[in-house]
Ligand binder design. Sequence first.
Ligand code: FPP
Length: 253
Amino acid sequence: MTADSAAPSGSRPPAGPRHVAIIMDGNGRWAKARGLPRAVGHREGVQALKRTIQAAPDLGIQCLTVFGFSTENWSRPPDEVSDLMGLVRTYVASDLARLEKAGVRLRVLGRREGLPADIAAIIERAEAQTAHNDRFLLQVAFNYGGRADLIDAARRHMQRMLAGETIEPIGEADITDGLATAGSPPLDLIIRTSGEQRLSNFLLWEAAYAELVFQDVLWPDYGPKALEEAVLIFRQRERRYGGRAVEPARVSA
Ligand code: FPP
């Protein structure tokens, strides 16, 4: 589905969200508060991610997109970068069979160049092994940046033009279909934990009509209850997509 067709002209009844994205923030602060190394915070973050993935389908969520490692995260100290890379190795090794059995399709968003060769291979294998699954889509943004993804989409269109495949100027659908998230349901909700309130270069194009929910909980403490709370907040929102409300506007107290 393209962005153009994703935007209805009026309000929708409260339902969904079908596609939720999460900026999993606060691992470092969680560890610091306990006098533990940051690596422990990230490890606990993986446990929180597992709990959250398991809870999502029961809330009607069909697609979950999480921010695992941004293009900016390379500027962290080498030890921490290496810890985060190591988490991918252990996460895929320990969870791929379970995800596969649960009907989860795993897709990794982000540039493959620059990743250690073994991580790129692990990602490719995991994607191929789960490609046939259609019960739930798990997208992990890794070496991902929203601006870089937009540039890549624009470049793809330019290459098609240079190859003589199209003479059309670039349009919304070309961008939507050229992004790493192409084919996933329109993004409904972005959650950021730890109280920070910004997008940090995550899903910039896809966020256009998404609802934003900021929760004070640190990511390693996240789980089914916090996810349900975010979903309930989402369902109370009125989504107008730039149009006017079908019902008279709610008067807030
Ligand atoms: C932000 O916390 C979190 C990250 C940079 C990494 C998120 C990764 C995980 C939760 C691990 C799971 C990921 C995969 C791909 C298996 P922070 O370190 O910025 O925390 P702080 O703001 O409190 O310092």
